[in-house]
Design a binder for this molecule. Structure first.
Ligand SMILES: [Zn+2]
Length: 255
């Protein structure tokens, strides 16, 4: 005869199976430090300039990102500030885009400094400070710890390596890394955007622009470099590059 105790025991087993077997698999995360708001206020101008309600929305996106992505040190210690800055760089470009998820990213590798095309962390020709992986490193982003921190601590520049790499991920989300973020840019503006990028690259190459020379190397890099500038020095960018500013607002500020 089945007793009430046996029924309860069976129910308990069923609940445990549901909780541990059918629960969606979560990626283990190292999370974020308790004082992350202090770090954000001190080092992330985009965040510190928001009102309280917007800061809360930023924090929600920040926590969601850091819960879903693994950050691994590759000969570099992952410290609290590194997690905070990576989380901030992920949110800034997509802050105004509802429900954005970096579905093309599962892990971030933190390197101590620059590396070369063979991923060597020592020796010559180490010119790379960040990279969106492909092939065996698909869905992996590599970033130099030194450059990650410089991008935020040195707030007087137009450059921010971490934001640069997240722009590449946004660009790549439509299937092609080509300088055209088709998921965000209205279709009717694509030709105008491509023309504007070409004109901008030409000006950079001829030394007629304050945009970093790296932006002149390809449309992919031009999109990432002008976006860094747009987020790092918004007032200056708007006044010097009104046409680019208008297009980037169409891309990133779509409600
Ligand atoms: Zn790049």
């Amino acid at each position: 005869m089945v007793t009430a105790l046996q029924i309860l025991f069976a129910l308990l087993i069923i609940i445990l199976i549901i909780v541990f077997v059918f629960q969606p698999r979560r990626i283990k995360s190292i999370g974020w430090p308790d004082n992350y708001q202090d770090f954000l206020n001190d080092y992330v101008a985009f965040y510190s300039g928001l009102d309280e309600e917007a800061k809360k929305r930023f924090e929600d996106k920040f926590q969601k990102f850091l819960s879903a992505v693994k950050i691994t040190g590759a000969n570099a210690e992952v410290e609290d500030i590194d997690c905070v800055l990576i989380g901030a760089a992920s949110v800034i470009p997509v802050f105004f885009i509802p429900d954005w998820e970096y579905v093309n990213l599962r892990e971030i590798l933190l390197y101590p400094g620059n590396f070369n095309t063979d991923f060597d962390q020592e020796g010559k020709n180490r010119m790379i400070s960040g990279m969106v992986g492909s092939g065996a490193l698909q869905n992996v982003l590599i970033i130099s710890k030194w450059d990650l921190r410089q991008g935020f601590i040195n707030s007087k520049t137009n450059r921010n390596t971490a934001i640069h790499e997240f722009i590449h991920l946004i660009d790549k989300m439509d299937g092609t890394l080509d300088g055209v973020p088709e998921l965000l840019l209205p279709r009717k503006l694509i030709a105008q955007w491509q023309q504007l990028i070409q004109t901008t690259m030409e000006q950079i190459r001829q030394g007629e622009s304050d945009i970093d020379a790296y932006g002149g190397t390809s449309p992919v890099e031009c999109f990432a470099v002008v976006s860094e500038y747009f987020f790092e020095q918004p007032g200056l960018f708007r006044s010097i590059h009104p046409e680019l500013n208008e297009m980037l607002e169409q891309i990133f500020f779509r409600k």
